[in-house]
Write a protein of this length. Structure first.
Length: 392
């Protein structure tokens, strides 16, 4: 929502921008689904770790690319490689949702963005009335701008307010413990970093813009105070993850058929990663990078040492197997990529279920992974339809 007169400024055209703000804006890129053209905003937080909203990175990570612009406006595009971690695509801590996703880009393309800086996350998060700014790619043309909270216009200073014990309803979605702010933003700003004007650290993550129909006069983000404890485990693990030689033996895909990949789960593949304790990796020959996945926030710790599940499943989904030879088997909620599709392990059924994809048709009663839980295809479609219109 734009509050009064749009105060967003291009970092490439205005000389009165703070130099640190301009530099930090170059760590922010436009993430785009090449198939649908839908775009949002993402930013770099580590050598090969990037953050956006979970609702932005909603499909197969391989379908996305990120374009960064340097301070002169020159673009550089890299391809998304893997999703590393995610929460539910809504702001509701009662359901474990802070609408964040972490992802990596193709390692061989990192040299393209070697001059792109990294933004530092502030574990303390945001405070009410804090002066902030937000680099973003938004609007119908997806242009890059910086919205600031130090406007001298008559409609008032943009401020950040923390929603603590009260609840706010946007459309049909409850937001709890969110961050309400009046930084100008439009659709496409989803995933933008909200940055302190004093420390230049990321204090919140933009999620949803107000629809301007009277149900809210604030845009909404997730407080980094809530996000950081969840991703710290992954960041610590990522900084100490083993080299490829330490990961161990990873299975190869049995490449007998690629037919009906989008409509059926009947793929000949070995679903179980013979895992190193800190690497939930799946390597399908030359199709995928031999790199470690971080455990998703829903994945629980522990190990299993059971024999493979029965091959008689009654459906065409690939059978999940556990291992007795390695440290642990797949855990509930663990995610991998098979034939370019995301699969998530269901401990109850011992199956690698499909992640919900609104562009793929499945039977209404098929089990899929959506909003950090397993549900039927019909239930996932209903939830998706109720929330997508209100997204930034």
């Amino acid at each position: 929502m734009i509050f009064g007169i749009d105060s967003r400024q291009s970092p490439f055209l205005y000389s009165n921008q703070d130099s640190k703000q301009i530099t930090n804006s170059t760590a922010v890129g436009q993430i785009k689904n090449r198939n649908t053209g839908v775009f949002g905003t993402a930013f770099r937080i580590d050598q090969n770790t990037f953050m956006t909203n979970a609702h932005v990175l909603a499909g197969n990570p391989k379908d996305y690319s990120v374009t960064f612009h340097d301070k002169y406006g020159n673009p550089t595009e890299v391809d998304v490689n893997n999703q590393l971690a995610r929460s539910q695509p809504e702001i509701d801590p009662n359901k474990g949702g802070f609408d964040y996703a972490l992802f990596s880009v193709m390692p061989q393309q990192l040299d393209r963005i070697k001059s792109t800086p990294k933004l530092e996350l502030d574990p303390n998060g945001v405070t009410p009335g804090q002066s902030v700014y937000m680099p973003q790619y938004s609007g119908s043309n997806g242009r890059k701008t910086i919205a600031t909270s130090d406007s001298e216009k008559s409609h008032g200073i943009r401020e950040v307010e923390q929603l603590s014990t009260s609840n706010m309803l946007i459309g049909d979605r409850w937001h709890r413990n969110g961050v309400l702010h009046q930084l100008d933003a439009e659709r496409g700003a989803s995933g933008s970093p909200i940055i302190s004007a004093d420390t230049h650290k990321v204090v919140a993550l933009q999620s949803t813009v107000s629809n301007g129909n009277g149900d809210s006069d604030r845009n909404t983000g997730a407080n980094m105070f809530n996000i950081f404890p969840e991703i710290k485990r992954f960041l610590d693990q990522n900084n100490s993850k083993p080299s490829n030689s330490q990961i161990g033996n990873l299975p190869s895909r049995i490449d007998n058929s690629r037919q009906n990949n989008q409509q059926s789960g009947a793929n000949n593949w070995d679903p179980h990663p013979q895992s190193h304790p800190s690497a939930s990796a799946y390597n399908a020959g030359s199709d995928f990078q031999n790199s470690a996945w971080g455990r998703l926030s829903s994945g629980k710790s522990g190990s299993q040492s059971t024999s493979p599940a029965s091959a008689t499943t009654g459906n065409s989904r690939p059978q999940a197997q556990t291992t007795t030879a390695q440290n642990d088997g797949p855990v509930h909620g663990q995610s991998i990529i098979s034939n370019g599709q995301q699969r998530v392990y269901n401990e109850k059924s011992r199956l690698w279920e499909h992640a919900y994809n609104p562009q793929v048709s499945r039977k209404a009663n098929d089990t899929v992974w959506y909003n950090n839980q397993f549900m039927t295809q019909s239930e996932a479609s209903s939830q998706y339809d109720r929330t997508r219109w209100a997204r930034a």
